[in-house]
Design a protein around this ligand. Structure first.
Ligand code: SF4
Length: 335
């Protein structure tokens, strides 16, 4: 089995409490019946507008927050599968070394009062008993791996540029030798020129350490560049998953088509009609019946407002949740 993590029927519902007794009056369905898998050494891109549940999904997979239902089965070494959703708290702690997260904002995710040595070394002091010398050696090694000069060991985050701070965040994530990393908008806050350097660093590290990434981003150009396969999320649900080129050239879900149509194209001769969706993104606390996308979908039929479309494989490795997927002729893009 070459799957490092498999997510099945994952749900995260946040209760809405109101009134004097703070009774639960409803739920925000932030993650609503999600299925996905990531193979060893693979990058799965996860795209969707802000607020669609991408970050909550990433955090549930790492069990940084507890899912409401479903399973997240890790198979780190390829021989022993474990479900982190049902894992006891005391077992989670040592297991966490296998999975890490890289955050969007390198400015706010680093403690300004800690030196680079303490920031990068912190995960090692939690998990392992290292002497001070061993700790310094390991941190220096990590700095070298991410392209930071080891002479900065005792400096503070404010002395670094945005790109360097993201390198610090990456070194910290690598400290425990993880195999699976959730990159949450990891390059979104960076300048375009720095962004390419950090993306290339992530790709190099993936090859060197056989890392698997869940790469969360709202930027479809970036996701295209780094991902082997891509999943598209809308209001807590995954509506489409396919190999990257297939998804971009041959989308099967109308929402994917609309997202693709909004990618800025460097070549103005390549025409794709921009699709402006009517209305607002559905409210995850009160989603419409049937397909959550139906009030905005130009293809919607009767069935769409009545039945939730099943997420199904319609071609090899191409999954979609749309009643009419076989019949629609949607426009794709060449990037
Ligand atoms: Fe549109 Fe219907 Fe497909 Fe939903 S199920 S995306 S409303 S065609």
């Amino acid at each position: 089995d070459d799957t490092i993590v498999e997510v099945k029927s994952l749900k995260k519902y946040f209760p809405i409490r109101s009134g004097f007794w703070k009774r639960t009056t409803g739920y925000v369905k932030a993650v609503d019946d999600v299925n996905l898998y990531v193979r060893h050494g693979e990058t799965l891109g996860l795209v969707g507008e802000s607020g669609c549940g991408k970050t909550t999904l990433g955090r549930c997979i790492l069990r940084a927050i507890d899912p409401t239902d479903g399973s997240v089965v890790f198979n780190v070494d390829g021989d022993k599968a474990v479900d982190v959703v049902t894992m006891e708290e005391r077992d989670i702690r040592p297991f966490r070394k296998n999975m890490q997260m890289i955050f969007q904002d390198p400015y706010s995710s680093l403690d300004p009062r800690m030196t680079i040595l303490d920031i990068i070394g912190e995960p090692l002091t939690v998990n392992k008993m290292l002497t001070r010398r061993q700790l310094i050696d390991r941190v220096e090694e990590l700095m070298e791996i991410v392209g930071l000069d080891r002479k900065y060991l005792r400096r503070y985050p404010h002395a670094f540029s945005g790109g360097q701070r993201q390198r610090i965040g990456i070194a910290r994530a690598l400290a425990t030798n993880p195999k699976f990393i959730v990159c949450d908008e990891a390059v979104s806050a960076l300048d375009v020129s720095v962004r390419a350097q950090i993306l290339n660093l992530l790709l190099d590290l993936q090859e060197r350490f056989k890392l698997s990434y869940l790469f969360i981003s709202h930027d479809l150009s970036v996701v295209h560049h780094v991902s082997h396969r891509v999943s598209v999320m809308y209001v807590g649900k995954i509506v489409e998953t396919a190999k990257t080129d297939e998804l971009y050239r041959n989308p099967k879900h109308p929402y994917t088509e609309a997202l693709l149509s909004a990618i800025p194209r460097p070549n103005p001769h390549v025409k794709m009609q921009r699709i402006i969706l009517p209305g607002e993104v559905a409210n995850p606390a009160d989603p419409p019946p049937g397909c959550y996308f139906h009030p905005r979908c130009r293809f919607a039929q009767d069935i769409c407002s009545k039945e939730i479309p099943e997420f199904r494989e319609i071609e090899k490795d191409h999954y979609v949740a749309c009643h009419l997927a076989e019949q629609l002729m949607l426009q794709g893009v060449e990037i």
